[in-house]
Design a protein around this ligand. Structure first.
Ligand SMILES: Cc1cc2nc3c(=O)[nH]c(=O)nc-3n(C[C@H](O)[C@H](O)[C@H](O)COP(=O)(O)OP(=O)(O)OC[C@H]3O[C@@H](n4cnc5c(N)ncnc54)[C@H](O)[C@@H]3O)c2cc1C
Length: 427
């Protein structure tokens, strides 16, 4: 049995803690903030009496490690899978275009969904199929600077890029098509379209993130005698002879450990003092990408399904939680300096263009949440840096959505990174 310290109580740190404990190690988790969950958290809005998430987290059937983790911690609120892929895309004037697999017979169902996607012409649909078939046989994504260049080279029209590929890219990679890494985009397309019906489905969670992930994790910790400390910040790492020997927190000094998993993002690692450089400056300064969420509370409901994508709009998704709507703007670095009131006005003006009936809707409150460093930017520079991430210290292991999981910076990537970090520690 090894004595392990996990630093950081986001999903990567929680996952590392659970998997380390499962294989018989003694684990202590230390988190600087007063709550677990990191970038996946819920808060209580006292004005409207509702528990809301810092941002709507979209999951897919492909999130295998996430669902394995939820089963392991015995979460009783496993989210609901769609039985087959179905997404509404909305154009201006509430023009609805469904991307919907009508049956579960994979891959014919996905081919049918693309063929019925009316926003594309017949010729464009054929080009999409040619592109997918070519990707299935040979992956040439590595030759291109960004996703846009790759798609243009594959004869995808501007319309196909704007109406199909851009929403997928920005939604999943939180990075614009002109910046996004073609290698990561290829991974994404293969995960969604080439790996069976379930992978292509969206996973809808009716519960706030705290109740889905955090409460069951805390219950698991308690049931398994796992120590976790909140409001305790790691401030110093001390190395001797290439080994991590001492950790100073805001409250104490810790020397009694065999292994440490550092499950915090590069910008937080940068703030920790240390007598040894564990990561290059390039990695410590990796670019991040913002997500802005606007919560709207209305007296009346309006006619949209559980969620919809907006085509050709600065708004990307709208989620219907029943008289509480969450509007998501990804890759939103430009909005970070904007006042919340101006962001609210921008959102309302867009919604009026897309849903004219919105004029009649009485909005009685709103809240804008800007997450400046929601995810790492999924560009080629960061992807190359991720390949170099390797701890030079035998008893220190990195975890987090930014590590080299070969997945985008997501819940799935964070949970997988924690599991992989735990597996590196041999009992
Ligand atoms: C608005 C928003 C929307 C998102 N949407 C999606 C989505 O739709 N789908 C999806 O899959 N993913 C989404 N994500 C991404 C997802 O939330 C992250 O990938 C994931 O939560 C990252 O987890 P992590 O554990 O790697 O990092 P973090 O959650 O950042 O955890 C790191 C933890 O370390 C703690 N810490 C930092 N410094 C110290 C220190 N010195 N000492 C101790 N503790 C420290 C922090 O307080 C934090 O709790 C979204 C993120 C945001 C913000």
């Amino acid at each position: 049995m090894a004595k392990c310290i996990v630093i950081g109580g986001g999903l990567a740190g929680i996952s590392a803690t659970v998997y380390l404990s499962k294989i018989g190690n003694q684990v202590t988790l230390i988190e600087s903030s007063p709550k677990l969950g990191g970038r996946t958290y819920s808060l209580f809005d006292t004005k409207t009496n509702t528990e809301i998430d810092n941002g709507q987290h979209i999951m897919m059937g492909a999130y295998k490690h996430t669902f394995d983790f939820l089963k392991l911690i015995d979460a009783n609120s496993i989210p609901e899978y769609q039985t087959k892929m179905s997404v509404d895309f909305i154009g201006k004037g509430n023009n609805k275009f469904k991307l919907e697999a009508r049956n579960k017979l994979y891959p014919i169902n996905l081919a049918g969904a693309l063929f019925r996607f009316e926003v594309l012409s017949f010729k464009e649909k054929i080009s999409v199929f040619k592109f997918l078939i070519k990707l299935f046989i040979i992956n040439s994504s590595g030759k291109f600077k960004n996703v846009n260049d790759w798609l243009l080279n594959e004869h995808q029209t501007e319309n196909t890029i704007n109406m199909l590929w851009e929403p997928i890219c920005i939604g999943a990679l939180n990075t614009r098509i002109e910046d996004a890494s073609p290698i990561m985009f290829a991974v994404l397309i293969k995960e969604i379209f080439f790996k069976g019906n379930k992978n292509s489905t969206f996973v809808l969670t009716s519960k706030p993130l705290n109740r889905l992930f955090i409460e069951p994790s805390i219950n698991y910790f308690k049931a398994n005698d796992i120590e976790y400390h909140l409001s305790e910040k790691i401030v110093l790492l001390n190395f001797e002879n290439n080994i991590l020997k001492k950790i100073n927190t805001s409250k104490r000094e810790i020397t009694d450990f065999d292994f440490v998993i550092l499950a915090i993002p590069p910008y937080s690692i940068k703030q920790i003092n240390s007598n040894f450089k564990i990561l290059s400056d390039e990695i410590l300064n990796m670019d991040n990408s913002t997500i802005v969420t606007v919560h709207l509370w209305t007296k009346d409901s309006f006619n949209i399904d559980k969620f919809a994508g907006l085509l050709n709009s600065p708004i990307h998704w709208i989620f219907n939680n029943g008289n509480h709507y969450s509007v998501v703007i990804s890759s939103a670095d430009k909005l970070i300096e904007m006042d919340s009131e101006d962001i609210y006005k921008l959102v309302i003006n867009e919604l009026l263009l897309y849903f004219p009936e919105f004029e009649e809707i009485d909005i009685y409150d709103y809240k804008v949440i800007k997450e400046k460093r929601a995810t790492i930017k999924s560009n080629l520079t960061n992807e190359k840096l991720r390949e170099e991430i390797n701890s030079p210290i035998p008893n220190l292991i990195f975890a987090g959505d930014w590590t080299n999981t070969k997945l985008p910076g997501t819940i799935e990537g964070a949970i997988l990174s924690g599991k992989k970090a735990a597996e590196k520690i041999i009992c």
